[in-house]
Structures are given as structure tokens and as C-alpha cells.
Design a protein around this ligand. Structure first.
Ligand code: UDP
Length: 495
């Protein structure tokens, strides 16, 4: 059996931060000769049409299979098919209910194929994919879209019972059996109140998987990848940075996911007119939103910093920006309301720093482009990723957020802490991350060194070896299961 005989089906969670790395992984696997089908719901398929057309033009065998999103069944509005559309907790709960209902249509799709697929690559959110692949006798690999640092930390915190012993959400404790000393609390390490259940489900999903991909590489997280593989007793392949696969191909940088609210060409010519490494890029990813009062503080801090910036704001955040702000900063500030071509911006030499929510994709993308980070975590894995960025890799500066967005108000009952980061903090932190003095230069040198090593991994380096090893492992599993099953004609067994 050769790689070209393999058919991988990939099932991402419907959210940009999950679909984008899955699309990149699909391209990477297809680049090694296998055939790949991405399963997407109609809205997500439409969002990714341009990038997937470019993939096809590049001669890679990546198809899309559309299955309907069962949002109606749980009372979600028509077209509500992605986590970035979630603006309150009840919509979030219903979104995940609908996501769980995808087990049936996914299984029906897999059964409808003329030949049983050889492997399902599933998002780590969704332990239900285990049941689907077990019934079909198909190997299942997992892509959790976070760092090895976060995976190992939460795995250890849960399996060592640390959360069970914590008096409350803010009692500090050390992450047990961890390669470096990290002190966290429940709130910051889980990042959302209901996340403990989610993390337990992820551990379950991984425990029965045939292997795990991580969008990382040895330079960034070697020791954490190794220790995580040991902890879960599973094969783990570091296949990052996924964002760097075939970036020269048409549209790979600019046409990722949604239609950008401002054309990449316009942004590039604005950046071209700025000195090297002078611009701060501000974007909190696809989901995180600031409260209007906090938006106002950020705006004032950016204005006071006197640095050029590109600030990507969400519709709901615009209420926090006063009417004259844009006019006052028009010589040096570019506001993009909606989706930005992030990879295009990060790869431009005029960009010198990135104020980020610490979503793992954004961090990997920034480090791959040698950019120091100003960290402003909001929830979920973002606080632990901040620790990795600032304390372990030494490539970031904290803006000073202490509490996940969802815990605001819980620190001191009755005290409303909507504004965690005042304008002065923003101003000081921007000056620090963009600093041209010795400390800033040392940070910049460190992140450039990481960028060089990370790029070497991606360009004909260990990433390709890891993908080849993964393909070898899948071939072995397929051959073993072929022996076991009465499927000489390739038919899927009836459940
Ligand atoms: N992204 C983008 N434009 C935007 C916002 C996000 O291209 O305006 C991309 C970004 O490059 C990254 C992904 O969306 O690949 C966001 O993933 P991340 O893990 O950083 O954060 P999440 O959105 O999952 O919180």
C-alpha cells in the first residue's frame, strides 16, 4: 500500500481557528500524495471556497464534502454554523449541541462512500467521533488546535486531581509533573467555567485515538511534545507550523476563511509606506470580544502610544470607539472592522509587534514570522499559552490581564471589573514590546532565532518526516484491520 492509495476524511470543529489548521493539514497530507476530503457545513464550505480552489489549482487532491449543520434542531437561526457567530453563552451551548448532532450525518456520509475511507482526522472537540470510527472500523487521528504546553498541563492537572483539591477558582497551584515550574489557578488554566468537562472529554477522545497531531515543532515545544506523548501513551506527530505550508501558492496568505473586510492590496500598500518593524498589529482572533469600556481604554492607549497600528475590531466592539478617534489617528492608524488577511499582515516587514489574545494559531503564525507578542489572553487555553510565550520562549510581554473574561466580576463580589487593562497599561506595554533598546532588541533576536528554526522544520525538515511517519502508521493500521475484517470488496460493515 502506498500513500496514494490512502483516503483521509477530515472533520474540523466549525470555527475559523479549527477549520484553518485543518485545511492546512489537509494540504500538507495531500502534498505527501494521499487523497483528502474535508467535511464542512455549507456556510463553512462557502467561506473556504477560494482557498480550496487555490489548493485544487496547486494540484493537491483535497475535496470538500458538505453536510448540513443541524442548527435548526436546537433552535439556532438559519446559517448559524460557526463559533465566531456566538455572542452569548446560550448560543454557545446550542452550538455545541448541534455540533454533537453531526455524528449521524457524518456516519451516513462515510457509509455512502464507494470505498471505506482509510482514516478520519477529527477535531479534539467531539469525543463522539470515536463512536463513528469504531462502528465503521476506521482509524481515527486527532487534531487538537492548541499547544503541547497546554495539552500536557491540562492533562496533568486533571489526571493528578489538582482541580478537585483547589478551594476555589483563584487558589494558586503548581502544574504537577511538568517540565518547567508553572503556577496557575483554576480560572486561568481552564479559561471558562464549563471547560473542565470539555477537557475531560478531550482526554477521553485522545485515549482511544490512533494518534495525535499537534500544530507545533521541536524548537518551540520539543520537551512538551515528548512528555505529552508519554503521558497519553499515543503516537504524537508535531506537524507545525501548519500555516507555513506552500505559502507561495496563489491566495494562500490572503484568502484564508472569511472575505477580508479590507483588501490585502490596500493593507499592503499602507504598510509599504511605513518604516520596517514600526507597526503594531492588533487582533483578538475570531471569537474574543472586548466590552465597550475596555475597547475605549485600548483605543486611548493605542492613541497615546504614538505608534502606527492596524487594529482589527469586531462589529460589537465599535460602540467603544469614539466618533473622532479615527480622524485623530488617521496618519498612523488603520482600523479594520471584520476579518483581516492576518497572514499577509504578519508577513509584512513593516509589522514589528502583535497584540494578540494568544490563540494558538495566531501565536504560531507570529513566531513563524519573527514577531514579538504583546499578550492579552481572554479565555480557554490562552492564559497557559501566554505563560509559554512570555516565561518559556521569552518572546512576549504581558499587557497585564489577570482574569478570564468570563470571570470578570467574580474576583471581588459586587465589584465590576470590566476594565482589566487601563489606557496607561496599554501605552506602557506597547512601548515595551516595540522598544528599540537592548531589552526589545534581545526579545526581537530571540523570536527571529525561533522563526529561523521553525521555518527550517517546515521547509523539508522534521515536519515532513513526521507526516511520512504518520502515513506509515496509518498504512499499518489499515493493513491490520483489512486482515481482521471481512471487507475484501471494501464495503463498510453495517452497524
Ligand atoms: N484570522 C484571520 N483574520 C482575522 C482573525 C483571525 O485570518 O481577522 C485567522 C488567524 O490567522 C488564525 C485564526 O484565524 O489562523 C484564528 O485562530 P486562533 O487560534 O489564533 O484564535 P481563535 O480565533 O481560535 O480564538
Amino acid at each position: 500500500m502506498a500513500p496514494a492509495d490512502l483516503h483521509f476524511v477530515m472533520m474540523p470543529l466549525m470555527a475559523q481557528g479549527h477549520v484553518l489548521p485543518m485545511v492546512d493539514l489537509a494540504r500538507l497530507i495531500a502534498g505527501h500524495g494521499a487523497r483528502v476530503t474535508l467535511v464542512l457545513t455549507p456556510v463553512n464550505a462557502a467561506r473556504n471556497r477560494t482557498v480550496l480552489e487555490n489548493v485544487a489549482r496547486a494540484g493537491l487532491a483535497v475535496d470538500v464534502a458538505e453536510i448540513p449543520f443541524p442548527g435548526n434542531a436546537v433552535g439556532l437561526p438559519e446559517g448559524f454554523e460557526s463559533l465566531d457567530m456566538v455572542t452569548d453563552i446560550s448560543l454557545g451551548i446550542r452550538f455545541y449541541q448541534a455540533w454533537d448532532l453531526l455524528a449521524e450525518p457524518l456516519e451516513a456520509y462515510l457509509r455512502s462512500l464507494p470505498r471505506r475511507p482509510d482514516c478520519l482526522v477529527a477535531d479534539a472537540c467531539g469525543s463522539w467521533t470515536a463512536g463513528v470510527t469504531r462502528r465503521l472500523g476506521v482509524p481515527r487521528l486527532i487534531l487538537p488546535v492548541t499547544s503541547a504546553f497546554h495539552l500536557l498541563a491540562t492533562h496533568n492537572l486533571i489526571t493528578h486531581g489538582t482541580y478537585d483539591r483547589a478551594a476555589d477558582d483563584f487558589e494558586p497551584f503548581e502544574v504537577p509533573d511538568f517540565p518547567v515550574r508553572v503556577v496557575v489557578n483554576r480560572a486561568a488554566s481552564l479559561g471558562l467555567p464549563h471547560m473542565e468537562k470539555h477537557q475531560r472529554e478531550m482526554i477521553e477522545a485522545v485515549a482511544t485515538a490512533d494518534g495525535v497531531f499537534i500544530n507545533t515543532c521541536t524548537d518551540l515545544e520539543g520537551v512538551f511534545v515528548e512528555r505529552y506523548a508519554e503521558a497519553i501513551s499515543r503516537k504524537v506527530w508535531a506537524v507545525g507550523p501548519l500555516c507555513l505550508f506552500n505559502t507561495a501558492a496563489a491566495g494562500t496568505m490572503a484568502d484564508r476563511e472569511n472575505r477580508a473586510a479590507m483588501d490585502a492590496e490596500r493593507i499592503v500598500s499602507w504598510l509599504d509606506a511605513r518604516p520596517p518593524a514600526s507597526v503594531l498589529y492588533v487582533n483578538f482572533g475570531s471569537m474574543a470580544r472586548l466590552f465597550p469600556l475596555q475597547v475605549a481604554e485600548l483605543a486611548a492607549g493605542l492613541e497615546a502610544s504614538r505608534r502606527p497600528f492596524i487594529w482589527v475590531v469586531k462589529e460589537t466592539e465599535t460602540a467603544g470607539i469614539d466618533a473622532e478617534f479615527e480622524a485623530r489617528v488617521k496618519d498612523r492608524g488603520q482600523i479594520i472592522c471584520g476579518w483581516a488577511p492576518q497572514m499577509t499582515i504578519l508577513s509584512h516587514p513593516s509589522v514589528g509587534g502583535f497584540l494578540t489574545h494568544c490563540g494558538w494559531n495566531s501565536v504560531v503564525e507570529a513566531v513563524s514570522h519573527g514577531l514579538p507578542l504583546l499578550t492579552w489572553p481572554h479565555f480557554h487555553d490562552q492564559f497557559l499559552i501566554e505563560t509559554l510565550v512570555v516565561d518559556v520562549l521569552g518572546v512576549g510581554v504581558r499587557v497585564g490581564v489577570k482574569v478570564p473574561t468570563t470571570h470578570i466580576g467574580l474576583v471581588k463580589p459586587g465589584q465590576l471589573l470590566e476594565v482589566q487593562v487601563g489606557r496607561d497599561h496599554v501605552e506602557r506595554a506597547v512601548a515595551e514590546v516595540m522598544d528599540e533598546g537592548p531589552a526589545g532588541a534581545a526579545r526581537r533576536a530571540r523570536v527571529k532565532e525561533h522563526a529561523d528554526k521553525v521555518r527550517a522544520t517546515a521547509e523539508g525538515g522534521s515536519r515532513d518526516t513526521n507526516v511520512e511517519n504518520m502515513i506509515g502508521h496509518v498504512i499499518e493500521l489499515v493493513c491490520k484491520s483489512k486482515k481482521k475484517m471481512d471487507d475484501a470488496d471494501g464495503k463498510i460493515p453495517v452497524a
